[in-house]
Design a protein around this ligand. Structure first.
Ligand code: NIG
Ligand code: FE
Length: 406
């Protein structure tokens, strides 16, 4: 009888454990996996004399926790490349949204698409993230905006995991924008969300969390508060697109409902930062949207850091503001544009991303955690943020099994 399924040797490890200095680096290490769980981790010299069914010597590669993309809108039809071109010619995101473009144009395309059509395109995007080391993806709805289309999108999201092996966490983002049938009646749509969409989707267990877009061009704090109160009644945790284009007190609103995360945060005030600290809300930074929108207002990174608020980094992959399909590119941008250190960027795509999703069993390498491991052909973990456009993935294990990368 073997003690372990798999033993990895000849590796350096970045455990990314909370409080461990310098990426939690262990050189000349070994990792043993049993039943999809990390069962031993330490210096090779201290490896207990146990038997493994398979032993792999990884020729000096680095092992980190597999990456976690904690904020995406992967399921959508069509694209908005023409709007991208318009924006590059001077139109603003808000201008385009106000004349029925923006999110609403993706809503039209997504409503018209079949589940299979949505699935085929979303699967390609999930595979692109997989090839970048991403084993867990959060996927939001929000391009359906009616019961059937939101259900269709969430079901498509869940299906992806059964094909790629990735863990998919779904988030209901019905309060993304006002759909055309409620034009001029945002409160009526909020009512529909609270009375029908939320309870139906909760009963079908199709969402792991609830998100909303709190912004002058979307929903007010009072409207979002109604959605969040209903979500909490249904025992669903909340997250928020907060203070992306203006300071709408989004961070404080998220904190009031003990949100798992408040995301974007470019215009968040110091009061918002303090509220997040008190509530234990994770900050999710989205440099892809920042650069795509030509934003100039930086999120309050120094204040978040000083307040010890965990900072996650995600792609925000969506057709409008962040057509970005590489979490490593998001990390690289976060170091350049937001001033994160390479270690903060890696923590942001592992430990703190897990926290933003409320997942306690991953994001760091520790005995008892899921064996979601990325193997990299690099000389130090800071290389992961240093290079833009390299392809150093040498393997990805999801719950101890090899993911098929291509
Ligand atoms: O995260 N801010 C709102 N939601 C998305 C944009 C969605 C879209 O433009 O299609 C975001 O930036
Ligand atoms: Fe988003």
């Amino acid at each position: 009888m073997a003690d372990w399924d798999l033993l990895l040797t000849d590796i350096s490890v970045a455990t990314m454990r909370e409080g461990a200095p310098d990426y939690g680096v262990l050189e000349n290490a070994a990792i043993a996996i049993q039943g999809g769980i990390l069962s031993w981790l330490g210096p090779r010299a201290e490896l207990p004399a146990k038997r493994a069914i398979e032993t792999r010597s990884l020729a000096g590669c680095w092992v980190t926790p597999a990456l976690i993309d904690c904020h995406t809108h992967l399921v959508f039809a069509g694209d908005r490349a023409a709007e991208f071109e318009q924006r590059r010619r001077g139109a603003s995101y808000a201008d385009i949204a106000l004349v029925g473009g923006g999110i609403l144009s993706t809503v039209r395309a997504t409503r018209a698409a079949t589940a299979d059509e949505l699935f085929e395109t979303a699967l390609k995007r999930a595979r692109a993230l997989l090839a970048d080391g991403v084993a867990t993806i959060e996927i939001k709805s929000g391009y359906g905006l009616d019961l059937d289309s939101e259900i269709k999108s969430l079901e498509v999201a869940r299906r992806i995991g059964s094909v790629t092996g990735q863990t998919i966490r779904t988030t209901l983002l019905a309060a993304h924008t006002v759909p055309p049938e409620f034009n001029g009646d945002a409160d009526g749509y909020i009512e529909l969300i609270c009375a029908t969409l939320l309870p139906t989707i909760a009963a079908r267990q199709l969402a792991d969390a609830v998100d909303a877009y709190c912004e002058t061009i979307a929903f007010s704090t009072a409207q979002v508060a109604k959605v969040f109160a209903r979500a909490r009644e249904l025992n669903l945790p909340v997250k928020l697109h907060a203070d992306q284009l203006s300071d709408a007190n989004g961070a404080a609103l998220a904190a009031k409902f003990s949100a798992l995360s408040a995301d974007h945060l470019e215009y968040t005030s110091m009061a918002g930062v303090q509220a997040m600290r008190a509530a234990g809300t994770t900050a999710v930074l989205l440099p892809g949207a920042f650069v795509s929108l030509n934003e100039t207002q930086l999120p309050p990174v120094a204040a978040l850091r000083a307040a010890n608020i965990p900072m996650a980094v995600a792609t925000d992959c969506n057709p409008g503001t962040s057509p970005l399909l590489s979490l490593r590119a998001a990390m690289a941008l976060a170091t350049r544009v937001f001033g994160l250190t390479p270690e903060e960027a890696l923590a942001g795509a592992t430990r703190n991303a897990a926290r933003a999703l409320g997942l306690a069993d991953r994001g760091t390498l520790a005995v008892g955690n899921r064996a979601d491991l990325a193997v990299w052909d690099i000389s130090h973990p800071h290389d992961l943020s240093y290079w833009l456009g390299s392809d150093p993935m040498a393997g990805l294990l999801i719950a101890g099994r090899d993911a098929s990368l291509r």
